[in-house]
Design a protein around this ligand. Structure first.
Ligand code: ATP
Length: 141
């Protein structure tokens, strides 16, 4: 691994989503996005719902993540996500249906609706679609 690269691993409880050497990572921390270049100081952050992106060989790739932790070391970033999908693996139709369901729940004036849960489901669906759109616009999905 060249010293201008970092090892990026994205892991969920069920699978290894990604293991790559990359040049830069932008990661959606709970307190906002943070960037990681080689020789970053050690750092630990909880993850929000968002799209991680990384640069490799002049291309930008996108990975949807929701919840978990990111651990940064001088030559690596390990993302232990509750849920993660590479943009190319996102089922866009499924995300559209999840968006519709969440919007319908949020429109109801009904005490049985868990609004907080519906809002988070909506955010996941919209973020998945934005990962796919961003990856299409850079030619990586
Ligand atoms: P849905 O209502 O469609 O299940 P969700 O946001 O509730 O969406 P999650 O709880 O975030 O789903 O994820 C459950 C599992 O399904 C995870 O393994 C996740 O990677 C996968 N998953 C969910 N939505 C998609 C999608 N649109 N494309 C690919 N995988 C997905």
């Amino acid at each position: 691994m060249a010293d201008k690269e970092i090892k990026l691993e994205v892991v969920t409880p069920d699978k290894m989503v990604l293991s790559q050497t990359v040049e830069y990572v932008g990661c959606p921390g709970v307190a906002g996005e943070f960037g990681v270049l080689p020789n970053h100081i050690p750092f630990l952050s909880a993850l929000g719902i968002g799209n991680l992106h990384y640069k490799k060989a002049g291309k930008t790739f996108y990975v949807f993540v929701a919840g978990g932790f990111a651990e940064v070391g001088p030559d690596r970033l390990t993302v232990l996500a509750e849920v993660a999908e590479k943009a190319e693996d996102i089922d866009i139709e499924r995300a559209r249906k999840a968006e519709d369901r969440a919007r319908k729940r949020l429109e109801q004036q009904n005490d049985n609706v868990d609004f907080a849960r519906a809002r988070v489901a909506l955010q996941r669906a919209i973020t998945r679609m934005s990962a796919m759109n961003a990856a299409k616009s850079t030619g990586t999905a």
